[in-house]
Structure formats: C-alpha cells, structure tokens
Design a protein around this ligand. Structure first.
Ligand code: PLP
Length: 537
C-alpha cells in the first residue's frame, strides 16, 4: 500500500479540507453512525474552523486524519460534568477527535504516523494533556499507546466511546515502540525536526549547547569580565577590527545604534539597497532622523562600484551605509571596493554584516562601524549584537542609553545586565568557524541544485551562507517550505519578504555537517525537482 511514501502533515489546503469532510462523513455517518446522512456526503465538524487536522496523504488522497483543538469547551465538556476535576492545575490540555483511517490503510502504521505527528504538534504547542473519546472497538490499541480511561462510556447505544486522556508521561511509559517514537520526536524537536537551513536559529555545535547550559554567573563578577574581554579580543582578531562591543539584543538593535552614531555627522549620508535588509537600513535612517540619499536597485540587481562612485561624486556624502551580505538574496557587496571609494571621497563606511561575519572573511580595520549578531554566521544562539568600531568612542548624552555605543565602550561592553551563557556559547561558536569548509559546502550544494534546473539566484560570487531558490508563480514557496518541513528539512521561507517573492532559501550557517547537508538536499530535490517535469521551470 506504499505506506513508506505517505506524507504526514497539517492540512492547510482547501482541497484537503474538502477531503477531510468526506472522510469525516465516511467514518462518522457511514461507519460509526453518529450523524444524519446527507446528499452531499460531507460532514463538517462543529469545531471545523478551530480544528487543526493532522492528515496522512498518499499523493493527493487523504487516507487518515486526526483533529486537535485546545479551545474550551471541549466536546467532552458536554458529555462529562466538571471535566476540570480530571485536569491537573497548570496543565495545558487539548482535545483529540475525529480519528479516521481509510479501510485499506488500517494498520497500526498509519495510526502510528498520525500519533507521531500529533505528539510533535502537542510538544510544539505546549499541550501536556490530550483528551480523546476512543471507540470501544479499539480500546486495546488506545491503551497500548498510553491512553488512560476515566469516567463512564459516552455516546449512543451503537456508537459508544470511552473518555480517555494521555499525558506526555503516560505516552512515554507505554509500549516500547511508542516509547521509541517519543524519544525520536523529542530528539527531533530538540534538533528542530531534523536538518535546519534557517538563517537563525542555526544548528549548534555540541560545545555551544554545553556552554549554554552552564550555570549563569553575574555580569559584575571577575570571571565574567575576563570572559567578555576574551571574546571582544577574539572578535577583533576574527575581523581585524580595532574595537568590538557585545550587547544584549539582535541585529536590529545594532543597526539602530549605528544610526545614532551616524547622526552625529553634520553632512548627508548615502545608503545602498538592493534587497530587504538594505531597505531596512533606509528605514533605520528615516526613523533616526538621519539626513541621507539612497542608491536603490531591484532586489538582487547588481550595485556596481561605478554606480556607487558616481553617486558619491554627485552627493559627496559624509558617510556610506550598506549591508555586506544582503541576506534576502545572498548578494555580497564588494566591501573592499566600497571601502576604497569611501576613502577616496573622505566618507566613513558603516557596514551591516549581520549575516556575513563567520561566513566569509571580513576586514573591518578601516570601517568606521560594522554590525553583526551571534546567531547567524557566527554559529551561536540569537541574543547578542556586536558593534565593531575603528575609533575609541565616548558616550554622548544625546543618544538613548541603550543605543549609545560609547557607553558600552566606556564600560567594557557591560554598562547594563549581560548574559554569561550567551557569551560563553558565542566563545565556543567562534572556535568552530571554518571559511574553507563554508565555501566547499556552498559549492557542493549549488552544484547539486544546478542539476535540477531550478532557478538559483546569483553565482559563486554570492555569499556561501545563503542560497536562494526562485520558485515560479504557481508553485508556492509556502507549500514547498511546508513539505520540506514535513520531511524534516527546515528551509527559510516564512519571512514575509520571502513569501512575497515566492522564494525559499537555504542558509548554510552554524554547525553543518556535509554528509547530512547532502542528504537533506536530496529530500528537497524530491519535492522541488518534479516541478520541472510539469513544465513550470
Ligand atoms: C543583514 C541583516 N541585517 C539585519 C538583520 C536584522 O537582524 P535581527 O533579526 O537579528 O534583528 C538581519 C536579519 O536577518 C540581517 O540579515
């Protein structure tokens, strides 16, 4: 019956929802007579709009389903007075209903597959107790999985159900097979469901995870002062920068800090943009009240040194602000060339290098400012922002405290509360940076994908950290991304700008193992490559 190729997923397509109503009818009108027959042979559940349906699909056909809903009142609330007495205080219950598997697929395997996806969903959503009214015909099976009967039977004479509940603990205690399943799911959940190509959070080296688990220490302790000094030193060594400040926050914070610093220049600036993050710099500048001009291009369109030079000639800016890697496309600006131009025109260069530090070698020695983050190319967790600066900066009363780079510089990067765990994790992550491996991996992935004839943005000059696949309209990036997720491969596709462009991305950042990457690439191929055969690409 080809169970191997069944796809377990959350229903999200109108065609799937239609099939769910048909299957619901077959099961709960034809087979277990609970509802009246109707001509359409469709049964729309009373909680249909609030249900999350987990389905098993054989190609386009739904062969099994189960529905989850966490909103009270549950269906059982109408059958059991004071259901609350069975709910331990502080728990997050949900109700599981409408289990239905087509006749020819009735083997434990499909049920097992649905349960596996169900457990994953419950863990993701934080539900720790699931109620079900299980048909008495399958009581043994339910018990084997870990369901615990409570209260008396409910339902009509010919459709009797046993109210049951299952908790994570009872599920874990159940049969060996299911115990193993639980371990797998927990493990997968820990690893975010298998292989991650997200640009954050990125896969973590075990040493990074270990460092994160250490007991936190005070940001005023000697040990912490030493630790932060060491990391600042290592960051400077990695980037040739004169100074580095490590702040608690994300890339957006560091760019707001940069904007405050640029505000102190009297003259205009020039901002380059050819993608989401270049345009965000323009937004940062506007919100901070900077005076500036822009050189704007279409997303992914080249911004040549010649064009930058003409703009600089025309505007004589005091400063120039650009991203290094435009994360939305993978476009890598020619930083050396731009720095040479900024020197030629006596402008200061400020670089948003959030997604390039740790991925490609950088040299910030002569950059006025550069910003980055812990949780992308550097391979640690999100939560730390980094500001590299060429000159010794002093605090300025016109700048809000949290945004004042000088205040950080004067206080060894610790003017306020800091996180020892994030610092320790980042320190470990930096040890594992390997530019050669990054390049080799990106080349191997690009090469493999080029054989599928899909449209990949850019070329070998793009960042080895970001590979963008342009899907044709009619092949939804959300559907492709969801399918990959179902297969345990996490692509970057859920940001608004990626959905708008209909792109999916692979970020090769963090702790990536070449063999596992190539395996994951093959799973993506199974989902993407057939698109070509139906003539879209
Ligand atoms: C180049 C660039 N700049 C800024 C940001 C914003 O960073 P955050 O989301 O950490 O605030 C990102 C995030 O992806 C980025 O890639």
């Amino acid at each position: 019956m080809g169970h191997q190729s069944l796809l377990y997923k959350i229903a999200d397509d109108p065609k799937e929802l239609q099939q769910i109503n048909q299957l619901n009818y077959q099961t709960f009108v034809n087979e277990i007579p609970q509802h009246e027959e109707n001509e359409e042979k469709l049964l729309v559940d009373k909680f249909h709009d609030e249900n999350t349906y987990i389905i098993a699909k054989n190609h386009e056909e739904i062969v099994g389903m189960i529905a989850v809903r966490a909103k009270r009142p549950f269906s059982l609330d109408n059958k059991i007075p004071n259901l609350n007495q069975f709910i331990p205080s502080g728990s997050e219950p949900c109700e599981v209903r409408l289990l239905s598997v087509k006749d020819e697929y009735r083997s434990t395997r499909v049920f097992y597959g649905l349960c596996k996806r169900l457990v994953q969903l419950c863990l993701e959503e934080g539900y720790d107790l699931a109620f079900i009214s299980g048909t008495v015909r399958q009581l043994k099976l339910y018990k084997r999985i870990g369901f615990i009967p409570f209260a008396s039977l409910v339902g009509e004479e010919d459709a009797r159900f046993q109210p049951m509940y299952i908790t994570k603990a009872s599920f874990e205690k159940s049969t060996k097979a299911f115990q193993k399943l639980m371990e797998n799911v927990t493990l997968n959940n820990e690893r975010s469901g298998a292989h991650s190509f997200l640009p954050g959070p990125v896969p973590l080296h075990p040493a990074v995870k270990r460092a994160l688990g250490k007991t936190p220490i005070s940001h005023r302790s000697e040990a912490f002062l030493k630790e932060i000094e060491e990391i600042k030193f290592n960051l400077c060594r990695l980037t040739q920068a004169n100074h580095a400040e490590v702040v608690v926050g994300t890339g957006t914070l560091t760019n707001d800090m940069a904007a405050q610093q640029l505000k102190r220049f009297k003259g205009d600036g020039l901002i380059l943009a050819n993608g989401e993050f270049g345009f965000r710099l323009i937004d940062h500048a506007k919100r901070s009240g900077l005076s500036f001009r822009t050189l704007e291009k279409q997303w992914g369109e080249d911004v040549s040194l010649k064009e930058i030079e003409s703009a600089m000639k025309a505007f004589s800016p005091d400063w120039i602000w650009t991203v290094h890697c435009e994360t939305s496309t993978g476009y890598l600006y020619d930083l050396k060339g731009i720095l040479a131009l900024s020197k030629k025109f006596h402008a200061e260069l400020c670089v948003d290098a959030c997604s390039s530090v740790g991925v490609v070698p950088v040299d910030f020695k002569e950059c006025y400012l550069a910003t980055s983050v812990s949780g992308k190319g550097l391979g640690s967790l999100p939560g730390l922002g980094i500001i590299f600066h060429r000159d010794a900066l002093t605090s300025h009363p016109s700048i809000p405290r949290y945004l004042d780079i000088g205040l950080y510089a004067e206080n060894g990067s610790i003017p306020f509360t800091h996180s020892s765990n994030l610092i320790s994790s980042l320190k470990e992550a930096i040890r594992n940076i390997d530019y050669v491996a990054n390049l080799r991996l990106a080349r191997a992935v690009r090469e493999a994908m080029e054989k599928w004839d899909v449209r990949i943005m850019g070329n070998q000059d793009y960042s080895p950290g970001v590979i963008t696949i342009e899907l044709p309209y009619g092949v939804s990036s959300r559907v492709v991304g969801d399918k990959c997720k179902e297969r345990g491969v996490l692509l970057s596709y859920e940001s608004g700008y990626l959905l708008n462009m209909n792109w999916v991305q692979l970020a090769l950042m963090g702790y990536q193992n070449e063999e596992e990457v190539m395996k994951a690439i093959n799973s993506i191929k199974e989902i993407i490559a057939p698109v070509k055969e139906i003539g879209y690409i």
